[in-house]
Design a protein around this ligand. Structure first.
Ligand code: GAL
Length: 397
């Protein structure tokens, strides 16, 4: 065989081999994308232990809350993840394996199995620093092994909370620290939703998705009072372009049912979070929930706004002193509108359709009263109590 022919054959084989590699790789890539793509297509929903229990959590409490999530009807309404926040940690043993605190969580795998048996998913909290914010052991130096341990337990969601990260990393390392752990989670082969928590430092909304996050906290911790709740929610204005299917701004968990917000204030948080396409994580004790709080958390018409398949985060379209009108475009061409009275007294507020980019005549439905209000021309006027809100669905005629 002449040398040129040998070269051609060899050359063709290389091409074939290369082609096969490209096909295999693109299958691999699309498989990886497919598993990513399944996560958080709409804003994640669930329950998190922190707002109500803080560090006082246990296997027994998590089981009871998971069972209550099902029994109350919240699971049917879409709440899916049961997240164990800070307070579960024990220590890393001499082989580097992370153990839960045996007194509070004797068997993490059994707990995950139980939560899965209810048709729910389970999440956990750790930090890239050496300790959590409460000073318990965290994942620094054990990241890969911890990701594997979580996957072996059956964890479906990790909240990675910066906490003591500053003690071991420079600020300019933060993004790669978050990216490395995302890679560690992906390497386990288990689809694990990755929730970034670093309080919005370095405009996390600009890079959260590129380091593998499905959601990222944009603020510090929320607390159980109206001012804190509204401050967290309203501060999301302007961040709407960074949210979308698979990656969401997270203004922190719900305080509904924790005792300090009255019904109007609870409805205001729910309305605003739904307009924001925010992750919906209840933070109250579900075993002691009053029916009015359950009704707010499970309002199917509000949840449908949050979970709308278009995945648009709403924005503030009109602000006049302490009254705000928010709009969110929905799949199919309708618009959700929220009107908020932040005043400590009742207010009559008029929404002008022109200012909200709406046609002259629209059909309006009240999503808290579950009532069609009929046709409106040019404006819609409502009187709201102190801290009250309405959530409306507006259809073009
Ligand atoms: C904070 C975080 C809270 C909660 C707490 C646990 O940093 O923002 O949501 O996770 O740590 O210690």
């Amino acid at each position: 065989m002449n040398p040129l022919k040998i070269f051609m054959t060899f050359d063709r084989r290389i091409w074939l081999f290369g082609f096969a590699l490209i096909v295999a790789a693109s299958f691999g890539v699309s498989a990886a994308r497919a598993s990513d793509a399944g996560l958080a297509q709409t804003p994640p929903m669930g329950w998190n232990s922190w707002n109500c229990f803080h560090l006082d959590i246990s296997d027994e409490i998590i089981r009871a809350e998971a069972a209550a999530l099902v029994k109350s009807g919240m699971k049917n309404a879409g709440y899916e993840y049961v997240v164990i926040d800070g307070g579960w940690e024990g220590w890393h043993d001499t082989n580097g394996v992370f153990h839960s605190d045996p007194k509070k969580f004797p068997d993490m795998k059994a707990l995950c199995d139980y939560v899965h048996s209810l048709g729910l998913k389970i999440g956990i909290h750790t930090s890239p620093g050496p300790t959590t914010c409460a000073g318990h052991e965290a994942s620094y130096g054990h990241e890969k092994q911890d990701a594997e341990t979580f996957a072996q337990w059956g964890i479906d969601f990790v909240k990675y909370d910066w906490c003591s990260g500053d003690k071991v990393y420079r600020p300019d390392q933060m993004q790669e620290v978050y990216k490395f752990f995302s890679d560690d989670l992906k390497a386990t082969g288990r689809p694990i939703l990755y929730s970034l928590c670093q309080y919005g430092i370095q405009d996390v909304w600009k890079w959260g998705a590129s380091v593998g996050g499905q959601m990222w906290r944009t603020t510090g911790d929320i607390s159980d009072n109206y001012d804190s709740v509204m401050l967290h929610g309203l501060a999301q204005n302007g961040l709407e372009k960074y949210a979308g299917s698979g990656h969401w701004n997270d203004p922190d968990m719900l305080e509904i049912g924790n005792g300090k917000l009255n019904e109007d204030e609870c409805r205001a948080q729910m309305s605003l979070w739904c307009l924001l396409a925010a992750p919906l994580f209840a933070g109250n004790d579900l075993t002691q929930m009053r029916p009015n709080m359950l009704a707010i958390l499970t309002n199917p018409e509000a949840i449908a706004i949050d979970q709308d398949p278009a995945g648009v985060q709403g924005h503030c379209a009109r602000q006049e002193g302490p009254t705000e009108i928010w709009t969110k475009s929905l799949a199919g061409g309708s618009t959700a509108i929220g009107i908020f009275n932040l005043n400590p007294h009742p207010m009559t507020i008029t929404a002008d359709f022109r200012q909200l980019d709406l046609p002259r005549t629209v059909q309006i439905r009240d999503l808290w009263r579950h009532q069609d209000l009929g046709k409106f021309h040019k404006t819609f006027t409502v009187t709201l109590p102190r801290h009250g809100s309405v959530l409306l669905k507006v259809a073009r005629n």
